[in-house]
Design a protein around this ligand. Structure first.
Ligand SMILES: NC(=O)c1ccc[n+]([C@@H]2O[C@H](COP(=O)([O-])OP(=O)(O)OC[C@H]3O[C@@H](n4cnc5c(N)ncnc54)[C@H](O)[C@@H]3O)[C@@H](O)[C@H]2O)c1
Length: 253
């Protein structure tokens, strides 16, 4: 029960890593708001939490819309009776070389991955300031600090999210709010399946190649990222802020 009685919002909780975070945080005693644009995926996460005996609600949210975020935070704070922990996991995956993408693509990827995180922080802030152990965990990526071929918009946005993490850690320190990031490497999720389809690749070959970069010669599981987020969100990480934890099996060492 490392998050006993904690009040937690997880954006992107309808799928993949976000769903694993919701389930593991709930199993550690937290009450959860699953905030995602995907209503049916959020309901599925909710039902998995409830089946396991956890407490949660789902609030359909578009993190790139400040209006939608402000309504979600209002509903969440009344269900949770406050907010202790915010996890920014929602992401838009826009790949390609610079000549492949247009202004709309840049707007989408920064709107969700960077401005979306800033929106949720801004509207959670009055509640986080009231918490006794407030913190924020941003799910960034190794893509935020390495170059990868034809990943320009996504990688640029994750680099910005890492910098947002550091700047928020400084500015919010006066309220004792810790802000950290997790940087996953290749993790097998529904986003991986979309990437395989985008590249028209053979699934097994794609996964084998994705795993080759890691010392452990495999891709990661969503739960392996969720446990890193759990550590940063818990009081065990009480002297850690402005930091990022890499979960990539050694791929970027
Ligand atoms: N899978 C990987 O290999 C990998 C690697 C590094 C980092 N990450 C990061 O981990 C996080 C989760 O990725 P995943 O692989 O689980 O992907 P996923 O596609 O399974 O989950 C992403 C979730 O974000 C939600 N979302 C998208 N746009 C939204 C919006 N505007 N408002 C609210 N919700 C929105 C989606 O509906 C989805 O449920 C992302 O931040 C991603 O960048 C993933």
């Amino acid at each position: 029960m490392r998050l006993e009685s904690k009040k937690v919002i997880v954006t992107g909780g309808a799928s993949g890593i976000g769903r694993a975070i919701c389930k593991i945080f709930a199993s550690e005693g937290a009450s959860i708001v699953v905030a995602d644009i995907d209503e049916s995926g959020s309901q599925e996460t909710l039902s998995q939490i409830e089946t396991a005996g956890g407490k949660a609600i789902a609030v359909t949210t578009d993190v790139s819309s400040e209006d939608s975020v402000s309504k979600m935070i209002e509903e969440s704070s009344s269900f949770l009776d406050g907010i202790d922990i915010l996890v920014n996991d929602a992401a838009a995956f826009i790949f390609g070389k610079v000549e492949d993408v247009g202004y709309k693509d840049w707007e989408t990827v920064f709107g969700v991955n960077v401005i979306g995180a800033a929106n949720t922080v801004k509207h959670s802030l009055p509640y986080l300031k009231e918490s006794t152990s407030p913190n924020i965990v941003n799910i960034a990526s190794v893509s935020g600090f390495i170059a990868q071929p034809a990943f320009v918009p996504y990688n640029a946005s994750k680099g910005a999210l890492l910098q947002l993490t550091r700047c928020l850690a400084m500015d919010l320190s006066e309220f004792n709010i810790r802000v950290n990031a997790v940087c996953p490497g290749a993790i097998y999720t529904p986003a991986t399946e979309r990437h395989i389809a985008f590249e028209n690749a053979d699934r097994d070959e794609f996964l084998e190649k994705a795993g080759q970069d890691s010392f452990l010669k495999r891709v990661g599981r969503p739960e392996e990222v969720a446990y890193a987020a759990l550590f940063l969100a818990s009081d065990e990480a009480s002297f850690i802020t402005g930091s990022h934890l890499v979960v990539d099996g050694g791929a970027t060492v």
